[in-house]
Design a protein around this ligand. Structure first.
Ligand code: SF4
Length: 425
């Protein structure tokens, strides 16, 4: 028996999108290591890059000084860049020293950067060569986090896409659900409990918490994306036979319900079982959002293109908290992944894809929104001009998906107003 509950009503079917091609102001894909290294607990990320890359990692993840970090940078010196040293030989030495010192590492990612790309260091070949030496104890993979190729959330996409060929083949034809996208462990546990309560048992998560727990995949695997920026990963999973479940993303009470419902519908979950599993946490999330709705309703918001989370966020903030998006800028729009989200945006809202930072800043200054969501590099200058800002990167470092996190997500948008009010007192 299939569930009959419907997805939320659409606002407008096909919004007009302004395409911008110009100067970008976005972190590179190396930044993804900051949240990915916390997720796969026996993996290590070795950036093959320059001192600039090392500084970025250090400042983006400064808190790690208290722990044995699970990432590092193999710094390419001038001799490497000038082609005077054999970069492959140097890399083999670094990897050998690292794996000797850290026997706990079971999966090593070689992460490409702008400098390794410029000198055309082939990290996929290096990973294959090193894998032959260290298998079966350590799996060695590679992907690019370079700023030439990736924006900051695409680092996660490239990392997960590199994992897909490693996933074991499903041993039987049993239908399976695979949730794709890094979620905080606490959020993953909540979703696992909700799926179990609906009667869905064969549920896997990518990335897994340990490299030895890679989920199996086969033609009866259906994938539910937890993040909107996983284009390459979804494509690689489709090539392995998996099918995509179109769904809004699990942000807010409504978004989480619609996301869970899409999975429930795909597996023919009984509507009563779905309601029994979701009614109480949904009601709790809606209650938790009420005070934020009072504080945020009617406030205007402008999204600079940064994380690719902008469209689902704007949907949640407008529908559940009454905020008014003026412009939703996003680096890329993957229409198949956002087909449930786009019609839920307020009718007539301006949407821009790509970036031309100066033109966008002109529009921000003209509109003077109550809140601007942007990268770190733009926040300080805009604050200095009297505008209130929110760093988009915080939305990746904070657990925001699911019912129990709905109020934390709302609070991230309420806090900049509190801060500004306190500064004025
Ligand atoms: S990969 Fe490129 S953009 Fe990223 S820190 Fe290194 S040099 Fe800068």
């Amino acid at each position: 028996m299939r569930t009959e509950a419907a997805l939320p009503k659409a606002g407008c079917a096909e919004p007009v999108v302004l395409r911008e091609r110009g100067q970008h102001e976005v972190f590179c894909g190396l930044t993804g290591i900051v949240w990915m290294h916390r997720k796969i607990q026996d993996a290590f990320f070795l950036v093959v890059g320059s001192r600039t890359c090392a500084h970025l990692m250090q400042s983006a993840a400064g808190v790690m000084i208290f722990a044995e970090p699970r990432f590092a940078t193999a710094v390419m010196e001038e001799r490497d860049l000038a082609g005077m040293a054999d970069a492959n030989e140097e890399l083999d030495k670094v990897v050998s020293r690292l794996l000797e010192r850290r026997p706990d590492i079971r999966m090593l990612f070689l992460v490409g950067s702008c400098p390794s790309e410029v000198i055309k260091l082939d990290l996929s070949k290096a990973a294959a060569r090193l894998s032959r030496s260290y298998a079966p104890n350590v799996r060695i993979l590679s992907y690019s986090g370079s700023g030439i190729e990736t924006t900051f959330t695409e680092g996660e996409d490239r990392c997960l896409a590199a994992l897909v060929p490693e996933l074991p083949e499903a041993l039987n034809d049993a239908p399976a659900l695979l949730v794709v996208g890094a979620l905080a462990d606490v959020v993953e546990d909540q979703f696992a409990r909700l799926f179990a309560a609906m009667g869905l048992e064969n549920v896997g998560f990518l990335p897994p918490r340990r490299s030895s727990a890679l989920p199996a995949i086969g033609p009866n695997t259906k994938i539910l994306l937890a993040q909107p920026f996983l284009t390459e990963t979804a494509r690689a999973l489709a090539e392995r036979g998996a099918t995509h479940i179109p769904a809004p993303f699990p942000l807010g009470a409504e978004g989480t319900t619609a996301w869970l419902l899409a999975a429930a519908n795909a597996f023919g979950v009984d509507p009563m079982a779905f309601r029994a599993a979701t009614a109480a946490p949904k009601a709790r999330a809606e209650r938790a959002l009420e005070p934020f709705r009072e504080a945020l309703s009617g406030k205007t918001i402008f999204f600079m293109p940064d994380s690719q989370l902008e469209i689902p966020l704007a949907r949640m903030l407008s529908r559940e908290l009454g905020m008014v998006p003026i412009e939703i800028g996003t680096p890329f729009i993957h229409r198949a992944h956002l087909m449930q989200e786009m019609p839920m945006l307020p009718e007539g809202v301006a949407i821009s894809e790509g970036q031309d930072v100066d033109r966008q800043l002109d529009r921000v200054r003209a509109a003077r929104p109550d809140l601007t969501v942007c990268g770190l590099g733009l926040a300080n200058p805009l604050e200095a001009e009297g505008l209130t800002t929110k760093w988009s990167i915080e939305l990746l470092f904070t657990p925001i998906q699911g019912y129990d996190q709905a109020s934390d997500l709302a609070n991230l948008f309420a806090r900049p107003f509190d801060r500004r009010t306190r500064l004025r007192v």
